[in-house]
Design a protein around this ligand. Sequence first.
Ligand code: 5AD
Ligand code: FES
Length: 351
Amino acid sequence: MNDAIKALADRLIATGHLSKEEYCALIDGRDAETAEYLAKAAVAVRQRYYGTKVFVRGLVEISNICKNDCTYCGIRRSNRNCERYRLTAEEIVDCAVEGYRLGMRTVVLQGGEDRHFTDDVVCGIVRSIKGKHPDMAVTLSLGERSRESYRALREAGADRYLLRHETASEEHYGKLHPPEMSYQNRMRCLRDLKELGYQTGCGFMVGSPYQTTENLAGDLAFVEAFQPEMCGIGPFIPHHETPFANEPAGSVELTCFLLSIIRLISPKVLLPATTALGTMHPQGRELGILAGANVLMPNLSPVGVRKQYELYDNKICTGEESAQCIACLAARVAAIGYEIVTDRGDFAKDE
Ligand code: 5AD
Ligand code: FES
């Protein structure tokens, strides 16, 4: 680590802010020593608010039917070789109840943009989960919807919403998505979610096709400005039935470096060590936690559909039942000196 990089790292640690040019210099000029230096600082600030706690959110993959055609995604509508499924409302509520029984106090309902899941249908599911377990936080991750829809879901009891911005560059966004999707609408959705009082998660892929260092610096500047409660980042992994089948995957090392930076920008942010990170490296999720992440999302979906929710190739955790998946994560977390906690894991309040 040369003096210029050390000075940037120290200023990021002290202020939680750098300019886009400085983020570029830090990313391009990093070495193993820089990564270790930032990871240590990231772990120290996380320690202040969350100690060694790692929060678990049970993920229920409710449908792989999607009206969109995102170029990177394995369940895009153009993929004719994807066996489609949709869970019933009853199955979804059962998964949440099973998660509760296993100790989880947050459930994430994620799916493709499936027209079946109208406001009435989703509101019914949210009300049913909240009716059975009022102390369970319900997080939705159902893509782009209207402001009125987000409002209805919020009024039904949804607490949080995850919608990755994917890239904070309009030009790069256009290279990853079909023309009928727009960066402007994505940003409108994120603004609406925040204004409606959701704890909101944004995020992006690391190493997506055409991504430049400037794009990543833009993503970091966006995280600074938007101040999300959650931020999901993971390596891009090609899916064989997409136009990006032959593109290289993103790196675990750079993902971990960015996790540390995001932790320093936003000390209290809830930051998952993603399944994609675990797919790219046998200890990927542990490496993510050691870089500053503090959330894990074990799979709560019925085992029979897990392989079909294939956003990218070789996804892990497709064979284990929910209880095994949680036990596996708890053991992994304990082995690196952290502890799984089952409470709601809300964004830390100011002291
Ligand atoms: N590789 C890695 N992540 C992906 N996602 C979608 N496709 C891929 C892929 N091929 C991510 C997107 C999306 C989230 C649910 O999964 O960022 O928002
Ligand atoms: Fe799912 Fe290990 S976390 S099997």
